[in-house]
Design a protein around this ligand. Structure first.
Ligand SMILES: [Zn+2]
Length: 519
């Protein structure tokens, strides 16, 4: 199944170079969800350290994201929700219990120091990547801090506060008629699917564990609604899926999606909780198997945004995203790990790759064939790729990347606090991502309500949502503008400036095309 619609001639590994820009904020590793919480932004800093010591930073344009502003976030999110995220602090949260409940903040999604800045940073990276792609300044943009696919318009969910993916897709829709979203996190990409459920301009495809698992949505039968019918694809999987089983679905399905939908840009969410041995996951993918999804999507030569997502055994998350950055660059990184500031995390073998386990694969060959058959049948009902008439190009979000001294990151919270710990203080009162096994009854109920709603075409809510997304997309495509929008808007005060890995000269723009190529 190594071919199937990809546009490049494949001879061995696909060593054709791509221009890659990589977004990283040295502060991001300092945000801390709280003791015992499995989501650790520190894993982004560990990933960066591996990229640095493997020598991959010099093959990419390295950019510090410009923080997303309120109005950028409000292109998808409700104003009152963003105001709440901006104002809430650990000190004041006791006075806002009703709001905490209303916005689902406090349990899975705790209030912590710098929460709003964290949201601005990870959203800024994804939107910044979309802008670079729209300007054709890179073939692949990477933001490992992004990928927070559960966030909803008016509420936080599953460790996610703002949905950087939805915001990036809205930006890409300014330049592209059709955008494809692919999600290989072990959890269903519910926030992104919901946002685009009624449009044919965004196709969402999610591969995930389904059945007694957070968030409970992502049934094979959920295929989109109204104009969006057949433009949502869900691939429900069971425990223990291995590389071969996964690819027996991923390649034929994504090959057919690329052939039928013909997207102008792809967003690939690379959640690493689908790896073997994840603290919250139950799949059995190797890093190579996970990375094969990146390699395959890259082979179509369509501009691509790679974002992170879940991933809770943080040493493996860093390994995975380092490897996948190499895949993006067309570089096969060595298994033997170079010395780095987090070397002790990677013992006893100190290798990039780790063996999958011998756990049982509960996905029978027959079940996989049924799923594949059903999805290919749905895809065959897509007659053609929809197109949209662009009048004039809308202006970019004026979000340049900041100039940056690449100094040693502030380690004010110390990395000892980010080591993997077993959490003994799990709260069982609310639907929860990291509590999943303890509370299936709550979200199974939610799932059946949602499925019923879709099955019965109880249209009120979905139609309302469809109006919302049509309005959002309209805002991105039919604005009257007088400037040629490839010109940077006048409000930008400085040109994007890359972070230099060597921290020396920060004043000049270093284009990745100037860099020596590897391998
Ligand atoms: Zn996940």
């Amino acid at each position: 199944m190594d071919t199937g619609g990809n546009s490049l001639q494949m001879i061995g590994t696909d060593a054709t170079k791509r221009k890659v820009c990589y977004f990283y904020d040295p502060e991001v590793g300092n945000y801390y969800y709280g003791q015992g919480h499995p989501m650790k932004p520190h894993r982004i800093r560990m990933t960066h350290a591996l990229l640095n010591h493997y020598g991959l930073l010099q093959d990419m344009q390295v950019l510090k994201p410009f923080p997303a502003r309120d109005r950028d976030l409000c292109r998808f999110h409700a104003d009152d929700y963003i105001s709440f995220l901006k104002s809430i602090t650990p000190e004041t949260q006791q006075d806002q219990l009703r709001s905490l409940k209303r916005y689902n903040v406090g349990e899975d999604c705790p209030v912590f120091d710098g929460l709003y800045n964290f949201c601005q940073t990870y959203a800024g990276g994804s939107v910044g990547g979309a802008i670079k792609m729209n300007h054709k300044q890179c073939d692949i943009a990477i933001n490992w801090a992004g990928g927070l696919h559960h966030a909803k318009k008016c509420e936080a969910s599953g460790f996610c506060y703002v949905n950087d993916i939805v915001l990036a897709i809205l930006e890409l829709l300014k330049q592209h008629e059709r955008v494809l979203y692919v999600d290989i996190d072990i959890h269903h990409g519910d926030g992104v699917e919901e946002a685009f459920y009624t449009t044919d301009r965004v196709m969402t495809v999610s591969f995930h564990k389904f059945g007694d698992y957070f968030p409970g949505t992502g049934d094979l039968r959920d295929i989109g609604y109204s104009k969006g019918k057949y433009y949502s694809l869900n691939v429900p999987l069971d425990d223990g899926i291995d590389d071969d089983s996964y690819q027996s679905l991923f390649k034929p399905i994504m090959g057919k999606v690329m052939e039928k939908f013909r997207p102008g840009a792809v967003v690939l969410q690379c959640g690493a909780d689908s790896l073997s041995g994840d603290r919250l996951g139950c799949f059995n993918l190797s890093i190579k198997g996970h990375g094969e999804c990146v390699r395959y999507m890259r082979s179509f030569n369509v501009p691509m945004l790679l974002v992170g997502g879940g991933g809770y055994t943080i040493r493996n998350v860093a390994r995975c995203w380092c490897y996948e950055t190499g895949v993006a660059l067309g570089v096969e990184v060595e298994d033997k790990m170079p010395q780095n500031e987090y070397y002790e995390y990677f013992g006893p073998d100190y290798t990039l790759h780790v063996a999958p386990s011998n756990m049982e694969n509960k996905n029978s060959r027959q079940l996989l064939e049924e799923i594949r058959g059903k999805l290919l049948e749905n895809l065959s009902k897509l007659r053609h790729a929809p197109s949209v008439q662009f009048q004039e190009r809308p202006p970019d979000t004026d979000m340049p990347e900041e100039d940056e001294d690449h100094k040693n990151p502030d380690e004010r919270w110390g990395r000892h606090m980010d080591t993997d710990m077993i959490d003994s203080s799990r709260d069982e009162r609310k639907p929860s991502l990291f509590n999943n096994q303890q509370t299936p009854h709550i979200w199974v109920k939610k799932e059946s309500v949602e499925t019923d709603m879709k099955d019965q075409n109880d249209t009120a809510s979905i139609t309302e949502q469809g109006k919302n997304i049509d309005k959002m997309i309209e805002d991105t495509t039919s604005l009257k503008v007088t400037e040629n929008t490839t010109v940077v808007p006048a409000t930008i005060v400085e040109q994007p400036t890359p972070i230099k890995p060597d921290s020396e000269n920060n004043s000049s723009v270093k284009l990745s095309s100037d860099l020596p190529s590897k391998s």
